[in-house]
Design a protein. Structure first.
Lengths: 315, 507
């Protein structure tokens, strides 16, 4: 239960923040508003789960924002190619798999470069960010592509509600959360990630396959990005080649606010979820309080700084 | 035997200095005096308080009570900068040089001479050259060389040069010879003796008592945070010193396990890589084969090649007579080879994780099968390692960096005993491990060998190799010169072989 103890202060900070905003903004804590909040953080939370895995092994992935756009454009482009009228489940599957496949490909490449060469992950993924962005802009001359209205399943992914209440993106996010939590905290793969990030050489000497694990981590991050991309596209009702700018930074912020150490080897997925929620509360709360957007940036920046400072001091 | 008469010529005096960390008293009214022109050794087991004393002197920790005097005047050392102002320079085990900068730039780091036109590179170079020549570093061609291209020994001398250029009067060396070869150690001693004759006060910390006996003028022993007194080196012999340090009699450092000739466990035939050349040897079950070589002779590279970390170009490795191909540490482990690496902190342990995490790591497959990890199995694995190797922990989930060097080393070896390897390669297993823990470690390894394990022991400590091995392979420049029975050779003869060959090659 050490992990619970580690995130206790963070959970406390989240509750305090919620109560503070409730004093400031009337009805902030009302269920409808809270559901709205979790819906808004779903995309960032999913990106942050993947980012946590990568940071945990001492890496970084700057390409997620651009990749998110590329997955959206790829999927919608293929979807538009395949049908004339009416929804075809087969084409939807093909389009989604193509989108996720592109994501997996980028992840595999990032992981391969990071593990097999001496190039720093920061630079590799910076370069791949440009490649992915360029690739996304190739579609439809860089203009948004609408999702046809009859694609109800894809549109429901970002906008639907289960039993008319729980937003579907939240369900997807929580499912992925559970999945990543199990993989990270309950499998040998997860244990190996902590070892690799904690001390790469020590991991090597205990026979942990570094290359394979590293590739898998970057692929997991990219496929999660793909899922986030599908949701985001659905929420916009269209694939926007220019969307997702700075999303990688928000995901990194959620992970580090959640206690993931930037040097690797430390962090939990529970912390990351809370980190994403804290950032979501700030976004939504400040917005509803009518704070000017310029000030919102400043406040968010300072909160991230304070959170990470507290975390570093605790160690 | 305790000599504590205050000496007015004392350069540095610790006057009942006490330092507590929470409930633990790290230094308990410690008295200590350093004279000008003296090499003063500070010895004691790990945890005796040597490093705390040094950190108090260096301004990293503030003492809770007591006085530090310099030339009899109370000194107020509250920071590293203060310590430097008093002329105190500490050369830590981990060197603090910037690898990509040149020798001259490192010497003047933080106090670069600057004129109107920016850095005075010419002055820096000229001064650095003088310093380097004074230290007898004739082999270095240019002070513009990047420090990363120097050997550890030379890097250490650059640190000393830096200290001297700051007008250091009190020089502290913490385990300076742990990564030096015998020849480099000798060269360092010559330098230290010259500095002594120039009036510097040198505090020398080392686990290697032979060196201490040879180098130091006086010796102060710390035990459990208390100073046990100071003696002139001439009045002591090594056995007395050990007894004084540990407070009991240690019969001998080492004990060689009984040798029962077993079948060959590992046969290496003409193994070659860029750093090793046609190495052939045979290692039997129940045998300790010592690999004696100077630092830089390629011993670690051989170990890494056997363990599948570095690629091999040519040659054959046989285990139990079967030819095997080892391309990764995973392969090696599958075949029953374990390598305990040289550098505990860099290559061995995940330092900020718990003892349990580190002990259970190689056996993840045992305690996580399917989706759900078994806490019980994990705990059993951890307990077996802790008990089997008598690792001293308060709790298995305490952070491993709170353990002493000896206990960390025991953890590093002990974690492989869950399923005993056939072949255990130990690379410098006793570096930074105190006498008591070293004895324990070798007792355990001895019993493993007696139960049939094959051990390849790599060590710079020749007496350690000599007294624990059955046979010794003399190793130089990536080649095995000769393999001899340990009973038929002396430490001096090994040294002659290793160094003599080196000299003849130069000529």
């Amino acid at each position: 239960m050490r992990k619970v103890k580690q995130i206790l202060p963070l959970a406390l900070a989240m509750v305090v923040l919620l109560l503070l905003f409730n004093l400031w903004v009337p009805d902030f804590l009302k269920p409808e508003n809270m559901l709205d909040l979790v819906q808004q953080i779903s995309v960032n939370a999913i990106l942050a789960f993947g980012m946590t895995l990568v940071i945990l092994i001492g890496g970084i992935d700057l390409s997620v924002g651009a990749l998110l756009a590329l997955v959206g454009t790829t999927t919608v482009y293929i979807l538009a190619k395949g049908q004339s009228d009416g929804q075809s489940l087969r084409w939807l599957m093909i389009a989604v798999l193509a989108g996720l496949g592109v994501a997996a490909g980028f992840g595999a490449f990032n992981g391969l470069c990071a593990s097999k060469t001496k190039m720093p992950p920061f630079i590799i993924t910076l370069a791949m960010m440009l490649v992915a962005r360029g690739a996304a802009l190739r579609f439809n001359e860089g203009r948004p592509m609408r999702i046809p209205d009859h694609e109800t399943i894809l549109l429901a992914l970002g906008n639907g509600r289960l039993f008319g209440m729980v937003p579907i993106p939240v369900i997807v996010m929580l499912t992925l959360f559970a999945l990543v939590a199990i993989v990270l905290h309950r499998t040998r793969f997860g244990q190996h990630l902590y070892a690799i990030g904690g001390n790469r050489e020590a991991a090597r000497f205990t026979g942990i396959p570094l290359v394979r694990n590293e590739i898998l981590v970057y692929m997991a991050c990219s496929v999660l990005t793909g899922m986030a991309g599908l949701i985001h596209t659905s929420q916009l009702y269209s694939a926007e080649p220019a969307s997702g700018v700075m999303f990688e930074l928000n995901a990194i912020a959620a992970a580090v606010v959640g206690g993931t150490s930037f040097t690797g080897g430390r962090g939990t997925i529970y912390g990351t979820l809370i980190g994403a929620i804290i950032i979501g509360i700030l976004d939504k709360g400040l917005n509803q309080a009518g704070v000017h957007f310029s000030l919102q940036y400043i406040v968010k920046g300072l909160v991230i700084l304070i959170a990470v400072y507290m975390d570093v001091r605790r160690r | 035997m305790v000599q504590s008469a205050a000496n007015e010529a004392e350069l540095l005096t610790f006057d009942s200095v006490t330092k507590r960390f929470g409930g633990v008293t790290a230094l308990d009214s410690v008295n200590f005096g350093l004279r000008q022109g003296e090499i003063h050794a500070l010895v004691g087991e790990n945890g005796a308080g040597k490093s705390t004393l040094i950190k108090v002197l260096g301004g990293i920790h503030l003492p809770d009570s007591g006085t530090i005097r310099i030339f009899g005047q109370p000194a107020n050392i509250r920071s590293v900068a203060d310590a430097n102002r008093y002329g105190i320079r500490i050369i830590h085990q981990e060197l603090s040089l910037v690898p990509h900068l040149s020798i001259a730039e490192n010497i003047y780091l933080g106090r670069e001479p600057q004129g109107l036109a920016g850095l005075c590179r010419r002055k820096m170079t000229a001064d650095a050259e003088t310093l380097i020549t004074d230290l007898g570093l004739h082999e270095i061609r240019s002070v513009g060389t990047a420090v990363s291209q120097l050997s550890i020994a030379h890097q250490q001398l650059v640190e000393i040069a830096r200290a001297l250029s700051c007008q250091a009067r009190i020089l502290v060396l913490d385990e300076p010879t742990s990564s030096l070869s015998e020849a480099e150690t000798e060269a360092l001693f010559v330098t230290l003796r010259r500095l002594r004759s120039q009036g510097a006060g040198i505090i020398y910390i080392s686990h290697r008592l032979e060196e201490v006996m040879r180098l130091a003028d006086r010796i102060t022993v710390l035990r459990d945070g208390r100073s046990m007194g100071t003696q002139f080196t001439q009045q002591l012999n090594q056995r007395e010193l050990i007894r004084w340090m540990v407070g009991r009699d240690i019969k001998d450092h080492f004990h060689r396990p009984a040798f029962k000739t077993g079948k060959p466990a590992l046969t290496v035939d003409n193994l070659s890589s860029p750093t090793i050349h046609n190495v052939s040897f045979e290692l039997h079950y129940g045998e300790v084969l010592g690999l004696a070589g100077l630092v830089g002779s390629g011993r670690t590279e051989l170990a890494r090649a056997l363990f599948g970390i570095d690629p091999v170009h040519k040659g054959e490795i046989r285990i139990d007579g079967q030819t095997v191909s080892i391309n990764s540490p995973g392969d090696a482990l599958d075949k029953g080879i374990v390598l305990v690496p040289e550098d505990r902190k860099q290559e061995g342990l995940v330092m900020f994780q718990s003892v349990g995490f580190n002990l259970a790591l190689p056996w993840v497959n045992e305690w996580i099968s399917g989706w759900f990890p078994s806490r019980r199995k994990r705990r059993e694995i951890i307990d077996r390692a802790i008990n089997g190797f008598s690792i001293k922990v308060a709790h298995p989930e305490q952070s491993i960096d709170t353990l002493s060097g000896g206990n960390q080393q025991k953890a590093l070896v002990g974690r492989w005993m869950e399923r005993r390897p056939k072949i255990l390669i130990l690379d410098e297993p006793t570096r930074g491990v105190d006498v008591g823990a070293r004895e324990e470690l070798f007792a355990i390894i001895g019993s493993l060998v007696e139960s049939g394990m094959a051990v390849l022991l790599i060590s710079s400590d020749l007496s350690e190799v000599l007294h624990t091995s059955h046979r010794i392979a003399l190793y130089r420049d990536g080649r095995i010169l000769d393999t001899v029975n340990a009973a038929d050779i002396t430490e001096e003869q090994i040294m002659e072989q290793l160094v003599g060959a080196k000299v003849s090659e130069k000529g």
